[in-house]
Design a protein around this ligand. Structure first.
Ligand SMILES: Cc1cc2nc3c(=O)[nH]c(=O)nc-3n(C[C@H](O)[C@H](O)[C@H](O)COP(=O)(O)O)c2cc1C
Length: 262
């Protein structure tokens, strides 16, 4: 599948086949994709614990409580717990030296000196700031996004889930001090059709993106939209006419209590 089609087929999948295990190789593909993402200063603070429903201790599964649509956690064969390890920032100087060595950073003969005498001391002086939430979450999001696209390329579905008690999860998984749990991501083979009721709504393009200054919408070419539609990036919008019937079917098949919303 081409990237555009993978992006077009990606949508949050909340209903997974509980009986079909996910091959570790496919999870590895996701992790490889996350690792290849760009990270500020090449620090690579994005980390993950992969939790398999079939083999993880019950107390670990219980700790992964999600306040919104918690049934997803209980049914998904795999939950990836993505976290940020702020201790990685302590190795910042070495990561910069590696980038220089790789020819990615700097030009000219005295680039090593400038790195050692100016850039590294600068980073050291703001180390606490560099560990703080903000840029790191953006950084980790890039890796998670790449892993997500890789999952869909493999025929898997995923849903990102925010979680309330990240400290409880951190303790339960034995993550070192300085690690922040970011997100739980369910992974499995979709029990719903790939369209999953159709492509979900988004805010208008013109409202989101600006040209040169806020308030001037970035021009949107209809030709580009047509090209993306032809490439499978835009697919049929939700809700498809039979979605309610599909949801009824899934509710029974997966024994989902109540509305599945909380
Ligand atoms: C960071 C993040 C957190 C999310 N948290 C939840 C969640 O807690 N529960 C849930 O059902 N969906 C969650 N979602 C999925 C979004 O609600 C989803 O983007 C939306 O359903 C429509 O987009 P999509 O179907 O194209 O992914 C989350 C998505 C992201 C990126």
């Amino acid at each position: 599948m081409e990237l555009r089609e993978v992006m077009g087929r990606r949508r949050s999948i909340r209903f997974m086949r509980p009986y079909q295990p996910v091959e570790p190789e496919k999870i590895q593909l996701m992790l490889e994709a996350a690792r290849r993402a760009s990270h500020w200063g090449n620090v690579g603070g994005l980390r993950a614990v992969v939790v398999y429903r079939d083999s993880a201790p019950q107390e670990t599964l219980d700790a992964l409580y999600a306040p919104v649509a918690g049934f997803q956690i209980r049914r998904a064969p795999v939950v990836i717990v993505w976290f940020f390890d702020s201790n990685a920032v302590d190795e910042q100087a070495d990561r910069l030296r590696e980038l220089l060595e790789a020819g990615a950073l700097g030009v000219g003969e005295n680039k090593s000196e400038v790195l050692e005498e100016k850039l590294i001391p600068f980073f050291e002086s703001i180390r606490d700031h560099l560990k703080a939430p903000g840029l790191n979450e953006v950084d980790c999001g890039q890796g998670i996004a790449q892993a997500t696209l890789m999952a869909y390329e493999q025929g898997l579905g995923t849903c990102c889930l925010g979680t309330a008690d990240t400290e409880e999860i951190r303790r339960n998984l034995g993550l070192p001090d300085g690690c922040r749990v970011l997100l739980l991501q369910t992974v499995g083979y979709p029990a719903e059709s790939w369209e999953a009721g159709g492509q979900r709504p988004r805010q208008p393009f013109e409202k989101l993106f600006h040209l040169n200054r806020y308030g001037e919408p970035f021009p949107r070419s209809e030709e580009v939209v047509r090209e993306l539609t032809d490439d499978g990036f835009f697919t049929r919008p939700a809700p498809l006419p039979w979605r309610e019937a599909e949801l009824e079917y899934l509710k029974k098949a997966l024994d989902i209590p109540g509305t599945g919303l909380i």
